[in-house]
Structure formats: structure tokens, C-alpha cells
Design a protein around this ligand. Structure first.
Ligand code: FAD
Length: 493
């Protein structure tokens, strides 16, 4: 049986253990090493909808998962003060209106606007309106809502650990002291622990967090720094008691030199500030955060330092890095856990069962690269496309050069209203539209498909979408009511 050694037991390590042990059961002998002395990064509480597919793959019962991780439902992210001070928009997970094969819905809506009707684009998205109304169910009439979760990261790792151990994963507690390599091939042979125990393996999965102990330190795969596009390099996190019913969205509140998150769980709120040490001191950041939280603090504020960027390869020799060990982009769109998940699925599909795995590694690296670059561009968009002029931070972002891929996208949208989603892309057309327009970029032109139909018929079909959304929302319970029902302990417990 192939021996897989997972180094690190944070969210990435336990997701890998759970995914591999569930899907490749019987083919692999899996050991996970984690050090209680080092601990995990312990943040990472906002997710995006594809997580639900991963849970299905891991045979995870959604209600049990929500109970165990104190999770709430999430329908999007609200961005306050991003396009300009006082602006607010919601990037929701839902589809906006109805597209045609020829043109996107926002282009029909722009035609309607030109003709003097149509209202707000937000009125045509079920998830967005439900989020704002604080109403939720997983399904209403014939519509399934596209949702994700806010979860407790520490509880999530524990939950996955329980599942993985039940599926046969062996957990070893201990500090990895040395990574032993084969002098000829350069492959990793074994990990030597502080205790003297030697853990040998065929494939090593590096989930050691920012340290990247195997891929970065032992195998020397370089880190590609993206700090010139994404300046933030620090965060301070603090948990508080809840003072209101949980909202259905993460809040991302921009400040003069950084931004702050608020993530509502069932019984507490996760808060944090993300900033750049070039533009704000740690003390200022902490004060800004503490001035803008509600409820009582239940943890001490914790500083986390990081680098933004990616390892040049995630798979090198017989080592695959996942999570923070392979790279990191700030949590603005809750993409890190998602990237762990897609990497695990990719690894399962490209699993190196034979002797030669170089071609598989190349394929893995190529797909991972495209994926993370798209995420990078999407995050840069939030900073670059702004009218804020109130600080050095925003001025630096507004005037910086951006990757050609993003510049091309922004130009086409501004001139022609055209948006597309790449093949391996995480963000769909509606995500780009919501964020570009939310940040204040209004297209000057758009596809004229809306002129092919009469004004009356365009008006009627748009009104129909709006009315149907309003009717559905009127039947939904509140978010809290739905959680109480959905997460109630099963009878007999
Ligand atoms: C400020 C911040 C906010 C974030 N928010 C979000 C979010 O909202 N949504 C999202 O999707 N993601 C978010 N993330 C990212 C998310 O937290 C991570 O992707 C996720 O937690 C995975 O972390 P990890 O498992 O790779 O690393 P870690 O949690 O750091 O785990 C590393 C593991 O390696 C072990 N280890 C390290 N060295 C050794 C050694 N020598 N010997 C033995 N064991 C060792 C540690 O004990 C630990 O178990 C955020 C990240 C940051 C920094």
C-alpha cells in the first residue's frame, strides 16, 4: 500500500487526510503529523459555496457539520467603503437575473436603465435580496439557494480529525526536526521527529503552514512574492460575543489603511483587521480594530504575519504542498480554504500511483497556477478600482500597475460591458459584474441584445423575475429560525 505522510494538522492537513482517506480508502496508508507546540493559524472562518461539493465528496453530513463547527449560513460578502467612503455593495453567491446565450443579464438591465426602467441590479438576485432581508432556507419552491458557511476553524479541524481517524488515518503528535532526502533522486524519504521516531513515506503532503517545511525549506521551491500588487502582510484577529442575530454575509469594512472582517458564528463573532506594515503600525491597526468591534472580547488580539504570493510549484519531487505552505492571498473573498479543497480534488484525480509522476506534477502545477492567478486578479480588482483618495494606502493602490490579465478584463468591461469566466475559474461572470460595478466601474457600452425585444416585453420579463424573487423571500424564515431548526440535535441525542 502507498504510504502517504501529511505534515501538519491545520485546516489543510485535516482536509487532506479526510479527503484522501474517504475517497482512496484501501489504497493508501495515511499518517498525519502535527505539533501541539506549534499549533495552527486558527483563523479561516469564511467559506464559499463549492465547499459543499467537497463535503459531499467526503460524505459529510451538513447538519452534523454545522452543529460541530457552530456554523452559520453565508450568502455573500458586504463591502463597505471600498469604491469610495460611504459606498456599500454586496457580492452575493447568486445568479443575477437570466442571461441569454448572446448576452449577460447586466447588459439587458443596462438597456432597461437607458430606457428609464429596471430599478437596481440587486433586485434580480435571490441570494442577495435574501441576505439583506436576513431570511434563509436551503431551498424555496423550485430554487436551491447557493450558499456557503461561516465556521469555527478550530472546531472544523477537530471535526475533520475525528472523521479522518475513523477512516483509518494515523495521527502522530510531534515536532518534525529533520526532512530526510534520497541523495540521488532528491525525493523525501522520511521525516524525523523530536522523539526520534522516523516516519517514512512514498508521497509527502506539506501542510506545515507559512513555514513550508518540506516544499519550501527542504526542497528549496522558491516563493513568488505578490506584495507589489497586494500590499497587506499582517492581520490581527480577535473573537467577540455576538450582539445581534447572525448576518447572512461576511462584512469587509475598508479603513484608511486596511480593512476589517466580521464573521458571525452561532455563538460568537470572528473579527480581524488586514493591513500593510508599510502603511500602518501594529498599534494603530489594533486600535482601529478595537474601535470597530461590537460585543465583549473573548480572546486577546492576535497578530499574524504573512507573505502574499505562491510557491513557484506546489508539487515538486514526491511532495505536494497544500494550504498556507503552498501560498496565500489575503482573505478578502474567502478563497484559501477553497484552494485547499480544489488542490485535494486535483491530487486525488492525478494521484501518482505509478513510477513516473513528472507529467502529473506538471499538470497539477499548471492548473493550480491558473487558478491562483485568477484569484489574485479578482482580489486586486477590489483595491485598484477605487475612487478613494483619502490616504497613501488607497492612492498607492489606485495608481499602481496591475497584471496584464486584469488590465485587459477591466478595459473590455469599461468599454463594452463584456465579462467572461475562465475555464478553471472560481469566479463566475456574476461575481465579476457585482464587484466591478460595486467598486464603481460602469460600462460605457454593452451588448445591444436588449434592443431585439420590445420595451414592453423587456419590462415585463424583468418585472417577472423581480416579483418571483420577492414572493420567494416572503416565504423564507429568518436565518436564526432556520439555523435553530436545521442544527437542532437529532432526536435521541
Ligand atoms: C488572517 C487570516 C485570515 C484568514 N481567513 C480566511 C477565511 O476567512 N477563509 C479562508 O478560506 N481562509 C482564510 N485564511 C486562510 C486559512 O486560515 C488557511 O488557508 C487554513 O487555515 C489552512 O491553514 P494550514 O492548515 O495551511 O496552516 P496552519 O493552520 O498554520 O497549520 C500548520 C500545521 O503544521 C504543523 N506544523 C508546522 N511545523 C511543524 C513541525 N516542525 N512539526 C510538526 N508540525 C508542524 C502545525 O502544528 C499545524 O498543525 C485566513 C488566513 C489568515 C492568515
Amino acid at each position: 500500500m502507498l504510504k502517504v505522510v501529511i505534515a501538519g494538522g491545520g485546516t489543510a492537513g485535516w482536509m487532506a487526510a479526510c479527503g484522501l482517506s474517504t475517497r482512496l480508502a484501501g489504497l493508501l496508508d495515511i499518517t498525519l503529523i502535527e505539533s501541539d507546540a506549534i499549533g495552527t493559524v486558527g483563523v479561516g472562518e469564511a467559506t464559499i459555496p463549492p465547499m459543499r461539493n467537497f463535503h459531499r465528496i467526503m460524505n459529510i453530513d451538513e447538519q452534523e457539520f454545522m452543529r460541530e463547527t457552530q456554523a452559520t449560513f453565508k450568502l455573500g460578502i458586504e463591502f463597505d467603503n471600498w469604491g469610495d467612503i460611504g459606498d456599500s455593495y454586496l457580492h452575493s453567491f447568486g445568479e443575477i437575473g437570466q442571461r441569454s446565450w448572446m448576452a449577460e443579464f447586466h447588459e439587458f438591465w443596462m438597456e432597461a436603465q437607458a430606457q428609464g426602467f429596471g430599478g437596481s441590479l440587486e433586485d434580480y438576485c435571490l441570494e442577495l435580496k435574501a441576505a439583506k432581508a436576513g431570511k434563509f432556507a436551503t431551498q424555496i419552491d423550485d430554487s436551491r439557494l447557493n450558499f456557503a458557511f461561516h465556521l469555527d476553524a478550530t472546531r472544523y479541524a477537530k471535526y475533520l480529525r475525528k472523521k479522518s481517524e475513523q477512516a483509518g488515518v494515523r495521527r502522530v503528535e510531534g515536532m518534525i526536526k529533520e526532512v530526510q532526502k534520497d541523495p540521488q533522486s532528491g525525493d523525501i524519504n522520511a521525516l524525523l521527529l523530536d522523539s526520534g521516531e522516523l516516519i517514512e513515506g512514498d508521497l509527502f503532503i506539506d501542510c506545515t503552514g507559512f513555514r513550508s517545511l518540506l516544499l519550501g525549506e527542504a526542497l528549496g521551491v522558491e516563493f513568488e512574492d505578490w506584495n507589489h500588487w497586494l500590499f497587506s502582510d499582517r492581520a490581527i484577529a480577535v473573537q467577540t460575543t455576538a450582539v445581534e442575530e447572525p448576518r447572512l454575509y461576511t462584512r469587509a469594512i475598508a479603513h484608511p489603511s486596511g480593512w476589517q472582517w466580521r464573521i458571525p458564528l452561532q455563538s460568537r463573532v470572528g473579527n480581524g483587521i488586514v493591513y500593510s506594515s508599510r502603511f500602518m503600525s501594529d498599534d494603530e491597526a489594533k486600535q482601529t480594530l478595537l474601535n470597530n468591534i461590537s460585543g465583549e472580547m473573548i480572546t486577546e488580539p492576535r497578530l499574524i504575519k504573512y507573505r502574499t504570493g505562491t510557491r513557484q510549484k506546489s508539487w515538486h519531487k514526491n511532495c505536494v504542498a497544500l494550504g498556507l505552505a503552498s501560498g496565500f492571498i489575503e482573505p478578502l473573498e474567502s478563497t484559501s480554504i477553497h484552494l485547499v479543497m480544489t488542490a485535494i480534488i486535483r491530487l486525488i484525480r492525478l494521484f501518482p500511483f505509478g513510477d513516473s509522476s513528472d507529467a502529473l506534477a506538471d499538470r497539477f502545477n499548471e492548473e493550480s497556477r491558473t487558478e491562483i492567478e485568477t484569484v489574485r486578479d479578482f482580489i486586486i480588482l477590489h483595491y485598484k478600482q477605487t475612487n478613494r483618495t483619502d490616504s497613501d494606502f488607497w492612492n498607492a493602490y489606485r495608481t499602481m500597475d496591475i497584471p496584464d490579465s486584469l488590465a485587459h478584463r477591466l478595459e473590455i468591461f469599461e468599454k463594452n460591458g463584456y465579462v467572461w469566466a475562465d475555464d478553471v475559474a472560481l469566479f463566475r461572470v456574476d461575481s465579476w459584474v457585482q464587484v466591478m460595478m460595486g467598486q464603481g466601474l460602469t460600462p460605457k457600452g454593452f451588448h445591444n441584445a436588449g434592443k431585439l425585444t420590445s420595451s414592453d416585453s423587456l419590462q415585463q420579463s424583468m418585472a417577472k423575475i423581480k416579483t418571483s424573487i420577492d414572493e420567494k423571500i416572503s416565504k423564507l424564515p429568518t436565518h436564526q429560525q432556520f439555523i435553530d431548526h436545521y442544527c437542532a440535535a437529532p432526536q435521541g441525542d
